[in-house]
Design a protein around this ligand. Structure first.
Ligand code: SAM
Length: 224
C-alpha cells in the first residue's frame, strides 16, 4: 500500500516518542530523514532497524520525483526531521504536496512539536493564534514585523538564541511596550525555562545571561 507517514520525533525529551511512532518507523519500507546521523542515534535508542535515506532542504527538489515513483510502487515511507514534526519549519511540505497531487495517502501522526507546549505554557490567549515560524533574517524582516504589529491574535515565533535579544528589541520598537511575552526555552529538556513578562523585562532578564538552547517566542496580540 503506497503511503507517506509523517512522524514527529522528540524535541528534547526522548520519553515524548510515541508507541505508534516507533511501530510505524519499524514497519515502513524505508525512512527519509533530515539528518541520517542524528536520526540514526534516535533509531538506535528505540531499537528500530530500518533503511535511512537523506531528505533535506538541499536535496528535496532533486529527490521528490524519484520518491513519488518509489512510493507509488506500493511502498510505505516515513518522513522524520531532526526534531518535532516534519513540515513545521522543517522539510516536508514539498513531498507531502507531491504525494497528495499524485493520490498517495498522507498521514501525519500526532506528536512532538515546539509551538504547542510554548503557547500553552505562555498563559496568553490560545483559543486563536498565528504561527510565523522564523522571521526573515535580513531582507523583509522589518516589513514582516511591521505587518504583524496590529495582529490581534497571539503570535508564535521560532527563534535562535543568538538572535533573541535583537528580535525582542525590534519587537519592542514596533509593538506596544506593555505587551506580554513568553520566552519558552529548552522545552521538555533539563533546563526548560518559560520566562513571562514585558519586552523590557525579557530583554533585561536575558541580557545578563549567556543565552543557550532552543527558543519559542510567544507574544500577546494587539489590543488597541
Ligand atoms: N519541526 C520542529 C517543530 O515541530 O517544532 C521545528 C524545527 S525548527 C528547525 C527548530 C526550532 O524549533 C528551534 O530553533 C526553536 O525555535 C524550536 N524548538 C525546537 N525544539 C525546541 C525546544 N525543545 N524548546 C524550544 N524551542 C524549540
Amino acid at each position: 500500500m503506497a503511503k507517506l507517514f509523517v512522524v514527529p520525533t522528540p524535541i528534547g525529551n526522548l520519553e515524548d516518542m510515541t508507541f505508534r511512532a516507533i511501530r510505524i518507523l519499524k514497519e515502513v519500507d524505508f525512512i527519509l530523514a533530515e539528518d541520517t546521523r542524528t536520526s540514526g542515534h534516535l533509531l538506535k535508542h528505540f531499537e528500530i532497524q530500518n533503511k535511512l535515506q537523506a531528505y533535506h532542504k538541499f536535496n528535496e527538489h532533486k529527490q521528490v520525483e524519484g520518491l513519488i515513483d518509489r512510493i507509488r510502487n506500493s511502498q510505505t515511507v516515513a518522513l522524520i526531521s531532526d526534531a518535532g514534526t516534519p513540515g513545521i519549519s522543517d522539510p516536508g511540505y514539498l513531498l507531502i504536496k507531491n504525494c497528495i497531487d499524485n493520490d498517495i495517502e498522507v498521514e501525519c501522526l500526532p506528536g512532538a512539536t515546539a509551538l504547542i507546549p510554548a503557547i500553552v505554557n505562555s498563559g496568553l490567549p490560545n483559543d486563536r493564534f498565528i504561527f510565523e515560524g522564523f522571521l526573515p533574517q535580513k531582507k523583509g524582516r522589518q516589513k514582516r514585523i511591521d505587518a504583524l504589529k496590529e495582529e490581534p491574535k497571539t503570535l508564535v515565533l521560532y527563534e535562535s538564541p543568538h538572535r533573541l535579544l535583537k528580535t525582542l528589541s525590534q519587537l519592542l520598537e514596533f509593538f506596544n511596550e506593555n505587551r506580554r511575552v513568553c520566552v519558552a526555552r529548552e522545552l521538555s529538556k533539563l533546563h526548560e525555562e518559560n520566562f513571562r513578562g514585558t519586552f523590557t523585562e525579557a530583554i533585561k532578564h536575558f541580557s545578563s545571561k549567556n543565552i543557550k538552547g532552543e527558543i519559542v517566542l510567544v507574544v500577546e496580540g494587539y489590543n488597541g
